[in-house]
Write a protein that binds this ligand. Structure first.
Ligand code: CP
Ligand code: NVA
Length: 306
């Protein structure tokens, strides 16, 4: 069966750790000039129905560093943008490519690509999930904290694609998870159901400081995701106070790290002061997109033994 990365729940703890270990090794090799052309002759198609800086550049660079080729496919230029069904697109692209990364709106579109094609599909962000980002976030947490066991992870803000994937990823690797989120903006019901299995290791409330208490890692994301720009005013009202600021940091453990998938809206979900004080962590996190995704590409498209 073809392997895919459609959402975090596709991966168990062992598989996540395996990807993170390979990502660490690929990062080390890259920094030390050790070539690793594990995807020589392989081509990745990258379909974008939404804007991107990090995902596009890190996938393209990652494929190049692995000896392969990445093709940027804007949905505006593909026939998919003129209504050609995903089922046909998947079957055609499967004949040319060795893998597809797709950034789109509906999770169903990604699942359909996986269902109809016969090559690995990687979710580069949907309204439901952002697994590539969360693998990079977990890699960064382990880099700074050494291990996941005993860590308290706290996410503050919208119960969006990032929240969904962070909850699943953080619980799977063994962290305690608390979410500060306003009523009406909770994570997806399937994720809430997943989290239930973890009992008291998962908490959710609209009390930001209570959720941030003793956190080792604080993370947030924009109040209005791509496609929600029209609701920005109403969202700004709903999320007022759901911000990482000095008060929230004071509730966390001393030395707590701060993550943000970027792009960030300063003075909305995070203050400029906190952002700049934690810029090293946040930009290491952005860099780790490259290394974590290279590991995913190798696992899905590379030689069996890696
Ligand atoms: N964090 C992230 O996915 O960034 P881009 O939207 O720039 O790809
Ligand atoms: N939640 C954000 C993440 C951007 C990387 C969005 O979907 O726009």
């Amino acid at each position: 069966m073809t392997k895919h990365l459609l959402k975090m729940a596709d991966l168990n703890q062992e598989e996540i750790i395996d990807i993170l270990n390979l990502a660490d090794q690929l990062k080390y090799d890259q920094k030390h000039g050790i070539p690793h052309h594990l995807l020589e002759g392989k081509t990745l198609g990258m379909i974008f129905q939404k804007a991107s800086t990090r995902t596009r550049v890190s996938f393209e660079t990652g494929m190049y560093q692995l000896g392969g080729l990445a093709q940027f496919l804007s949905s505006r230029d593909l026939q998919i943008g003129r209504g050609e069904p995903v089922q046909d697109t998947a079957r055609v692209l499967s004949r040319y490519l060795n893998g597809i990364m797709i950034r789109t709106f509906e999770q169903k579109e990604v699942e359909d690509l996986a269902g109809f094609g016969c090559i690995p599909i990687i979710n580069g962000l949907t309204d439901y999930a952002h697994p590539c980002q969360v693998l990079a976030d977990l890699m960064t947490i382990r880099e700074y904290k050494g291990a996941f066991e005993g860590l308290n992870f706290c996410y503050i803000g919208d119960g969006n694609n990032m929240a969904n994937s962070l909850i699943v990823g953080a619980l799977t690797v063994g962290m305690q998870v608390s979410i500060a989120c306003p009523e009406g903006y909770h994570p997806h019901p399937t994720v809430m159901e997943f989290a239930k299995k973890y009992g008291s290791n998962f908490r959710i409330s609209d009390n930001v400081e209570e959720m941030a208490a003793n956190a080792d890692v604080l993370e947030t994301d924009v109040w209005a995701s791509m496609g929600q720009e029209g609701e920005a005013v109403e969202r700004r009202k709903a999320f007022a106070g759901f911000q990482i600021n000095d008060k929230v940091l004071a509730a966390a453990r001393p030395g707590a790290m701060v993550l943000h998938c970027l792009p960030a809206h300063r003075e909305e979900e995070i203050t400029t002061k906190v952002f700049e004080a934690h810029a090293n962590e946040i930009f290491d996190e952005a860099e780790n997109r490259l290394h974590a995704q290279k590991a995913v590409l190798v696992k899905l498209m590379g030689p069996e033994e890696v």
